[in-house]
Design a protein around this ligand. Structure first.
Ligand code: CP
Length: 314
């Protein structure tokens, strides 16, 4: 595999292979010297046209732990402000010797465009394109679930695991990539949120959907709840009456957490709007794996770079 553009491109077999490789990378990350020579001589470019804390830094850490050189590009402060295009920006950075370009862009389809246009030869990793996809987030979420739920996760999918994806589904690339990958790995997925934020086309791909979080909690014994950020920056209309109302009906609060199974896994891709889609008591509870998701992101991104750039190629 040369590029990672969409979670839909991952077969079950290859996704499990990446998760198993990530488990090996995680052992490296636990060592005193957290470094492998695997990508020595390779260059990874982080090409970020949208803000990021977790994804950009974890790709940087991942590439450096595999001994690759890293070029970090942020559109802010670059010649993009002078009108330079995606094509010219990518070609300029590739001319400096890139082997892989990790791209985040506000336009859905930007990573596909780069990969399929013939503008550049490097491997492309989609680090989030508009509301479309965020495949490495789905991989790190699957990795986290596998390690939280199974004693012997290696070689396993997520067969029979019941996952609720809750909140602003409509604007969420995390939801789209997770729905695709979780289904590929055998999980059952429910979408929960206001009717205005649960697109019918996505609901049809899920095992079910609810417009009430409380009804969902009554109906299904969830193994995990994945709370989504309310993406007000992408909203061009009013999708719910007020933040207070949203938090009351669709937010994860401690009272709701107590009605979920005792060992339910609480996830959030970050960044969180504490007090809106999740309250602080839940985000910081013993059920929360939110910081483990971040830590696992490094191992998973090491595995992805390894498979795309080295002999791990499929
Ligand atoms: N989850 C995620 O993509 O976070 P960042 O926007 O901080 O990269």
């Amino acid at each position: 595999m040369k590029n990672l553009l969409s979670a839909k491109d991952l077969t079950r077999e290859f996704a499990i292979q990446i998760l198993d490789t990530a488990a090996e990378m995680s052992e490296v990350n636990d060592r005193e010297v957290k470094k492998l020579p695997t990508l020595r001589g390779k260059t990874v470019v982080n090409l970020f046209f949208e803000d990021s804390t977790r994804t950009r830094t974890s790709f940087e850490v991942a590439a450096k732990r595999l001994s690759a050189d890293v070029i970090n590009f942020s559109a802010k402060g670059s010649s993009v402000s002078k009108g330079e295009s995606l094509k010219d920006t990518a070609q300029t950075l590739e001319a400096m010797g890139a082997d892989a370009i990790v791209v985040r862009h506000s336009a859905s389809g930007a990573a596909q465009k780069l990969a399929q246009s013939g503008w550049i030869k490097s491997s492309i990793v989609n680090a989030g394109d508009g509301t479309h996809e965020h495949p490495t987030q789905a991989l790190l979420d699957a990795y986290t679930l596998r390690h939280e739920l199974f004693e012997n996760p290696l070689g396993q999918g997520l067969d029979g695991v019941k996952v609720a994806i809750v909140g602003d589904i409509a604007h969420s690339r995390v939801a789209r990539s997770n729905l695709a990958l979780l289904k590929t790995l055998g999980a059952q997925v429910w979408l929960i949120g206001p009717a205005t934020l649960v697109p019918t086309a996505l609901a049809k791909q899920a095992d079910g959907f609810f417009y009430s979080f409380d009804e969902a909690i009554e109906a299904v014994k969830f193994d995990a709840v994945m709370m989504l950020r309310v993406q007000t920056e992408r909203m061009t209309a009013s999708f719910f009456p007020s933040e207070r109302e949203y938090s009351r009906i669709w937010g994860l609060n401690f009272e709701r957490l107590q009605r979920l199974p005792d060992d339910v896994v609480v996830m959030h891709p970050g960044p969180m709007n504490r007090g809106l889609e999740i309250d602080a008591k839940c985000a910081d509870s013993a059920n929360s794996v939110i910081l483990k998701q971040v830590a696992n992101g490094v191992s998973v991104r090491m595995a992805v770079l390894y498979h795309l750039l080295s002999g791990g190629n499929d």
